[in-house]
Design a protein around this ligand. Sequence first.
Ligand code: FAD
Length: 747
Amino acid sequence: MLVGGGHSHVAVLRRFGMHPVPGVRLTLICRDIHTPYSGMLPGYIAGHYGYDEVHIDLSRLARFAGARFLRAEAVGLDRGAGTVLCRDRPPVPYDRLSINIGSTPQMANVAGALEHAIPVKPIRGFDVRWRSLLDRVRKHPDVTRIAVVGGGAGGIELALAMQYRLHNELRALGRDPKELDFHLLTRESEILPTHNTLVRRAFERVLAARGVAVHRDAEVIHVSAGGVRTASGEAVQADEVVWVTRAGGAPWLRETGLALDADGFIQVADTLATVTDPKVFAAGDVASLSRYPLEKAGVFAVRQGPILAENLRRAVQGRTLKRYRPQRRWLALVSTGDRFAVASRGAIGFEGAWVWRWKDWIDRRFMVKFNEVPAMASDDPAPPSSVKLDNEEAAQAISAIAMRCGGCGAKVGATVLSRALGALRPLDRADVLIGLHAPDDAAVVRAPPGKAMVHTVDFFRAFIDDPYLFGKVAANHALGDIFAMGAEAQSAAAIATVPPGLEAKVEDVLFQMMSGAVEVLNEAGCALVGGHTGEARELALGFAVNGLVDADMTSVMRKSGMQPGDVLILTKPIGTGTLFAAHDRLQARGRWIDGALAAMCQSNRLGAQCLREHGATACTDVTGFGLLGHLVEMTRPSGVDAELDLSALPVLEGAEQTSAAGILSSLQPANVRLRRALRNQQEAVGHPRYQLLFDPQTAGGLLASVPAARAGACAGALRALGYAHTSAIGRVLARGEELEPVVLRLA
Ligand SMILES: Cc1cc2nc3c(=O)[nH]c(=O)nc-3n(C[C@H](O)[C@H](O)[C@H](O)COP(=O)(O)OP(=O)(O)OC[C@H]3O[C@@H](n4cnc5c(N)ncnc54)[C@H](O)[C@@H]3O)c2cc1C
């Protein structure tokens, strides 16, 4: 289990990806999908690099490594139970654990700092705040005063990079770059205290030439909206205060029982195993080597990566661990923002534009190793034949997994099942007479008077390696049909298959998956009343759901009620099929997948309610047949034609790129047969969104026809409910002479 996607863990992922250890599965828990490479950050701030050039795509790297990627924030450890506690998801068990979560700014002890200063860590937060700072400076009519607190390499690089970028921004607006007033404050008597005199002098010169006022012996003790005050009483006025001082360990580490140093960093031996617990390792900024006090620099986190990977491998195999010996001198290439850099190593220092180009070459070469990973040979590796682990029993059990029974023998064991499901808290409903609270051969559910029942079933295999998230999507997908009918969800029975494995792992996968599903069902007011679980090669989950509508059918939304003149409204963006096909081939960016998953996890419940309230004449949820397939399922029984405006289609980020690259879902060819429903297909075929008409959706949005007079208000109300991408994508036409019911607007 790897917690944090820092510089050391990316090396672990890459190494395990290239040389997997039979019987070992990696899981990465990280709150970010794209982790920044610290060496290139100042260049990004200065405007020399784009976002993707300086970030490692953890989602893709994890997929390459065959690791499960759980996007989550760790907030604690239960070492007794061997679990990582996460914000907003169930605990995740580990056998061996490694922590590489970087450092956390220590601002709480400086009055006003938390409210008024911008911390550089976490970088993700800084990026957002940096962009809004850029915006404020652009709009600020007068001189903007910026104070950077911290006189180490990070603070100086950042100050110079920010200044360079802001000068360019002001120039581009036709303003005077002098409308910026930069201050650098350090509590030390010198800037760059850990570097040699040559380097220090070089930066003193650069800072003076660039008009940055340096305040030495200036420990900031108070921050306010108007500036900072130092321990000696000096006041520096500032509109923006950026905090780049020495950081500490994350506060939650204090509750883990691991030995920490004075700054709250985890104490590790030179094997990178913690001094407290041989099962727990730490690396990078968060690790404190008792024998070697190290500066907090990415260079050490990077160097520790290969040793950490080797020692994690050795630890699970019960072998002697290697020792990490930090280099006594290391090369630091510190940039000045303007494509110029100073090199610092021991007593050596030199500078020049060529040093920056050298640094740029080194940094880019580093990033290629992580962002240009080769496609995996196979998604379905053969079961390991010989597994060598320090736990002999586990090794034998894993080796035996290849030989399993089918039929009834393929049922997941009762103990595993009851333990996994015992921890779930499904909703209680008064109309569920026999459910999971009193398990029997089958559930008994009452249909309340005046109500009719709506039944639907859906089932599919996991397309992501996070069982909790998959459970959420599967439940949401199954509920989609109920909501599209205008029904209230009442109860659901689950059908699941889980790949064979060690009992504890099977139990956890089942628990994680069903926890996600139950969360979604509970939120929808739907009681989980029973289910069946079997073993199979793949993880899969589905639900038979029933819902309730008024028995007089007045509340039902069918596919067949479309009226000419109605406006077609789509509540969620499309593109999940092509994006997940690309994810499989390591061709999708992590944030595209994250965006698609967020859309898939959004319930259609409120959307359906809103559509009904706005008089929708017909409605369906967009799933496996793709947008066109589902539209035709509506036009045919309604006896109408439709016009679709391709440019108005809401599309998930990345879907146009992946479909243009020819990466399409395996279901797409079957859907493409429906092109004969298109009147001007020949004309449309080259359009960048044409392929997306056939893209199968998982947990897609609602497609509805709404009377034109109410369509604007309806789309507005849907957006206000959180369906931010809701669009009017076309209109319903009276049935014409032509055989093809759908005409595309291409402009
Ligand atoms: C402006 C600036 C410039 C710098 N330039 C350099 C440089 O040129 N060279 C250099 O060597 N050093 C540089 N540094 C220092 C460098 O940034 C750090 O030393 C380095 O990032 C530490 O790496 P790490 O792997 O320990 O952690 P990080 O790079 O901080 O990575 C931590 C990861 O863990 C994740 N994470 C954190 N908490 C949790 C949690 N609770 N749950 C799940 N995930 C979590 C984060 O999202 C992140 O992905 C610079 C620092 C700054 C501020």
